[in-house]
Design a protein around this ligand. Structure first.
Ligand SMILES: O=P(O)(O)OP(=O)(O)OP(=O)(O)OC[C@H]1O[C@@H](n2cnc3c(O)ncnc32)[C@H](O)[C@@H]1O
Ligand SMILES: [Mg+2]
Length: 202
């Protein structure tokens, strides 16, 4: 059975990767399966840098091909914030509810046309002894005035997806995994992933 290791401790991301890869007969393992591995410090200044930091640290620890995911929400009216700081936007310890509340309150009273935003996902593939490669994907939308829906994770309840006419958290996982920033980034990996798995024998 083919296997892909994702350098994430986020259960929401883990579920999405499992869902997307299982359709292709690939088993996903994440850092939730390796609790002894310490957190990777996300000291990069871009999503790509952080995705590489995560992928390379875990690839070195396990001696295997590993994919890192660094993602977040970019809000135009907030000059791109929370951006790479999305996970801890409202401070430590990271908390999805507090993060979304902070974005909602910062945008309070702003009209719809000024609430544009996008999700961004950078994926890095690290293979022992090779230079890492990255791909990215986005998903365009806008910030709602209040939370809607209970599916997904993170900022999904406050992110309106115009092409679907609902909040991201109102989409089923099947629907989200067709249009999300993560899905769009993964589509770009599709072309090379099979040959990587062949070569690494994973
Ligand atoms: O670093 P790992 O262990 O992967 O887990 P994390 O939650 O810290 O992940 P990031 O550093 O990439 O931070 C991304 C944050 O952006 C948000 N986010 C990312 N993808 C999202 C999605 O599909 N839907 C909603 N929010 C998302 C979410 O709040 C995450 O905590
Ligand atoms: Mg993180």
């Amino acid at each position: 059975m083919k296997e892909v290791i994702i350098a994430t401790k986020n259960p929401g991301k883990a579920m999405e990767f499992e869902h997307i890869f299982s359709a292709r007969g690939i088993v996903v393992r994440t850092l939730l399966d390796f609790p002894e591995i310490p957190d990777v410090e996300e000291t990069g200044l871009t999503f790509e840098e952080n995705a590489i930091l995560k992928a390379e640290a875990i690839s070195q620890a396990l001696g295997k091909m590993v994919i890192g995911d660094d993602s977040g929400l970019i809000v135009d009216a907030l000059e791109g914030r929370p951006g790479i700081y999305s996970a801890r936007y409202a401070g430590e310890p990271k908390n999805d509810q507090n993060n979304t509340d902070k974005v909602l309150s910062e945008l309070k009273g702003l009209p719809e046309e000024k609430r544009s935003a996008r999700f961004y996902c950078a994926l890095a593939v690290a293979i022992p002894g090779q230079e890492p490669m990255t791909v990215s994907g986005t998903c365009e939308g806008r910030i709602l005035e209040e939370r809607r829906g209970t599916n997904g994770f993170g900022y999904d309840p406050v992110f309106y997806v115009p092409e679907k006419g609902v909040a991201m958290a109102e989409l089923s996982s099947d629907e989200k995994n067709k249009i999300s920033h993560r899905a769009n980034a993964l589509k770009k990996l599709d072309v090379v992933l099979d040959s990587i798995l062949e070569k690494t024998g994973q």
